[in-house]
Ligand binder design. Structure first.
Ligand code: TXD
Length: 307
């Protein structure tokens, strides 16, 4: 199995490290900056005897080296600066995502693409359009991260291990995410039995702003440890054909009454990408919010034609 990671910045590099360290696949790390992916890959290879991993990792600036990849992760682009919204990034990153998708897709026509670059939903749509790949082989990473953030905040609030917390968010990435209180559990107990409504809202609010909270601290650049962990979980599901259900930015074809648009929904992830969109029992309110998020994304994707 071969995974190409386009963009060797913070998210790309930490993802590469996680993928080889977990032994999931060999990795090709590529960037426009000469020497950067080569240096990082060399450094990571030198950690292999200590960490005890075997997969090959190379760094390159040449797309010929990425040929025959099974999974392509697109992280190339500019990260948000303090005060910058994800939409501010649209124009800048659309050009980059268009260019890298054209180059990487032609040599790996059977690959599954995971888009990470922001604004996530729109960049996922763009990569699908530019690659011409079947939509089930192009998806975006956001829901796993938003859900992980919510799960970690719940665990902190209740003073329990984060491994005992299950929760899922759907919809658009970030500010427009939709938490599903009815599907959140702590040690198997419904979250709604353990915290009051105010606490629930406080947890959701913090999750919505989680990316911005980190950007404010870091000043330069945005989060990468939780994002790369989330990407690696998706790579694991695809290369290992695990069939795990995860919230992913996926192309809907009528599920939840939503058609022909990318939006965050639970999917069964495995060989070949999105194997099925899972239709959960949602409340009227959640369903309405999901449809609204989908229409918001549809409108922003139409803006792509103008940039
Ligand atoms: O949940 C999510 N989807 C996200 C998204 C979570 C975290 C970060 N998110 C977005 O990922 C973020 O807003 C950015 O749009 C991307 C990458 O974030 P990262 O923090 O890794 O940014 P860096 O460190 O600036 O790295 C970007 C790299 C950098 O090395 C550039 O040289 C490279 O992208 N780059 C390119 N590589 C190849 N080809 C081209 N054209 C190119 N342009 C820039």
């Amino acid at each position: 199995m071969r995974v190409t990671i386009v963009g060797s910045g913070f998210v790309g590099a930490t993802t590469a490290m996680r993928v080889v360290q977990k032994g999931l696949a060999e990795v090709v790390l590529i960037d426009i900056v000469e020497g950067l992916p080569q240096g990082l890959a060399l450094d990571m290879r030198q950690s292999s005897p200590v960490e005890g991993f075997e997969p090959r990792i190379i760094g390159t600036n040449d797309y010929a080296d990425t040929e025959g990849s099974d999974v392509i992760v697109i992280t190339a682009g500019l990260p948000r600066q303090p005060g910058m919204s994800r939409m501010d990034l649209l124009g800048k990153n659309a050009g980059i995502v268009r260019e890298v998708t054209e180059q990487v897709a032609s040599g790996s026509t059977e690959a599954v693409i995971i888009v990470v670059t922001n604004p996530l939903d729109e960049m996922t749509y763009l990569a699908a359009e530019v690659s011409g790949f079947p939509k089930e082989r192009v998806m975006g990473m956001a829901g796993v991260l938003d859900s992980a953030r919510l799960r970690s905040f719940i665990a902190e609030k209740l003073g329990v291990s984060p491994t005992t917390v299950e929760a899922m968010t759907l919809g658009s990435h970030g500010e427009a995410m939709i938490p599903l209180p009815g599907h959140a559990t702590v040690g198997g107990k419904p979250l709604t039995d353990l915290v009051d409504e105010d606490t629930l809202q406080e947890l959701y609010e913090r999750t919505r702003n989680a990316g911005a909270e980190i950007v404010e601290y870091l000043k330069k650049g945005s989060a990468y440890y939780a994002p790369s962990a989330s990407i690696a979980a998706m790579v694991n599901a695809i290369v290992g054909d695990t069939g795990e259900v995860m919230p992913v930015c996926a192309w809907c074809t009528g599920q939840y009454g939503i058609e022909d648009v990318y939006v965050g929904v639970p999917v069964r992830l495995g060989k070949g990408g999105v194997q099925r969109i899972v239709e959960l029992d949602l409340s009227e309110q959640e369903l309405a919010a999901l449809r609204e998020a989908a229409e918001g994304i549809r409108a922003k994707c139409a803006d792509l034609a103008k940039v």
